[in-house]
Each structure stands twice: as C-alpha cells, then as structure tokens.
Design a protein around this ligand. Structure first.
Ligand code: PGA
Length: 251
C-alpha cells in the first residue's frame, strides 16, 4: 500500500516570519507531509523543534560543487537536512530552459546523496488542446528518468502546466487516465512491483475546495501544492482531506 503524501512547494515565497505556518499544521495524521521551502529556509525548517514535516529543496545543480554562481548542489541540499528535492518543475523548465536531459542528470545527482527526487512532468495548454498529453508525458518520463527508479528514491508529480496557479483543474477522469498511463509507463520500464510502489502526486490548483474530489481518484497518492501550501489553514485542510482519503481506502 502506498502511503499518501501531501507536498507543499513554496516556490519563491517564504521568510523566517512564515515558519509559524508550518508549526501550525495539524499533527498526528496518517499521511506523509513534505514542505519544500526556498533554500534559505531549509536548515531552519529542519532544525525547528515545532515542525514534524519532512523538508525538501526545489532544485539542485547536477554537479557536486564548482564554479556555478547562485546554484546549489544536491549535496548541499542534503547537507542542509533535506530529504527530498523537486526536479523538473515546469517553472524551471520555462524560466531556465531546463531539458529532460538536464533533469535526468539532476535526479542522478540527487540519488547520489540519497535525496528522494520529486519529478514534475506535465503538458502545456497548447499540448493539451492538441491532444498530445500522453505523448508529452511519455517523452518526459523517458528522457528525464534514469535507470534505477524505485519507490524509495522517486515520487512523480503530474502537473499540467495550464493548471498551475490558474484555478483550472483537469476533469477527474482525465487525472485518472493520466495517472494510470504514468503507472503503466513505469511498469513497462521498471517492472510492476516498482511501478506499484512509486507514489504519483497530482499538482496544479489543488485547494481545500477540490481536494476531496482529487484524492478520491484512483492512482492519486497525494498532491504537490503551490499557492495553497503557504497558509497552514489551507494546507492543513488539504492534509486532512488526504488523511480521510487514506482512511477510506484502508477500511
Ligand atoms: P499551484 O502550484 O498549487 O499554485 O497551482 C502547484 C505547483 O506548481 O507545484
């Protein structure tokens, strides 16, 4: 049984004064909780005695060190105390021209220091309109996933680019079919046991108001949440919806 995961992606948001939002999250739920703050807050969040969450980075450089001003290596993310790192987010693909090959080398770097990679994949609006979603996802998975993917080192987030920060969400039937497709692709390459263990998150405009519906979709093992992860009231409500979905499955 895959344990559910509520992951928050703070993006370029969050100062030391926002740490209270994490401390205010509900505790004692039967789901994993991961917060990926800006790199400046990783160490602080890891050390904060009031937080119980796992902490992740939002990116890493493929090299362990070197002359790359402004970049952070996987080793540094791990050294700061993070357990996970988001890689291949569409905002990095768009803002920084990240390719599948680069994302693949970043995942290898993350794995070399035992970070769990949270790989983001998803189609643009134009690709969605053209009916190219599954082709895009197949290409992204093939190009960005190294050999050796396993439930312990990989989480995949399906994030349609057009759903991120827009309030738009695919239909539940679309999410179900895409997640089923991703799991089938993983099974073809890595075998059924591995594919069955890897958690698939949905991301893109997840909110307290749509969380129940999304978490009821088969093959959705949690969410990667941007805007609604910044406030404890919203993210806490999403965590509780996920906990309820997990309990509904286990009875
Ligand atoms: P959103 O972002 O929840 O604000 O749409 C999701 C993401 O980009 O991970």
């Amino acid at each position: 049984m895959r344990r559910k995961l509520a992951a928050g992606n703070w993006k370029m948001n969050g100062l030391s004064t926002d740490m209270g939002e994490v401390a205010a999250l509900p505790t004692g739920l039967g789901v994993d909780v991961l917060i990926c703050p800006p790199a400046t807050l990783i160490d602080r969040m890891v050390r904060d005695p009031d937080t119980f969450v796992q902490v992740g980075g939002q990116d890493c450089h493929p090299n362990p060190n070197g002359a790359h001003t402004g970049d952070i290596s996987a080793q540094m993310v791990a050294d700061a105390g993070a357990s996970h790192v988001i890689l291949g987010h569409s905002e990095r693909r768009q803002d920084h021209g990240e390719t599948d090959a680069l994302v693949r080398s970043k995942i290898e770097a993350a794995w070399s220091v035992s970070l769990v990679a949270v790989l983001c994949i998803g189609e643009t609006e134009a690709q969605y309109q053209a009916g190219e979603t599954l082709d895009v996802l197949r290409t992204q998975l093939a190009g960005s996933l190294p050999d050796g993917a396993a439930p312990g080192n990989l989480v995949i987030a399906y994030e349609p680019v057009w759903a991120i920060g827009t309030g738009l969400v695919p239909t539940m039937a679309e999410i179900e079919s895409v997640h089923g497709f991703i799991r089938a692709e993983l099974a073809t390459r890595f075998g059924t046991d591995t594919a069955d263990g890897i958690r698939l998150l949905y991301g893109g405009s997840v909110k307290p108001s749509n969380a129940d519906e999304i978490f009821a979709v088969p093959d959705v093992d949690g969410a990667l949440v941007g805007g609604a992860s910044l406030k404890a009231a919203d993210f806490g409500a999403i965590m509780m919806a996920l906990d309820a979905a997990a309990k509904a499955i286990s009875v």
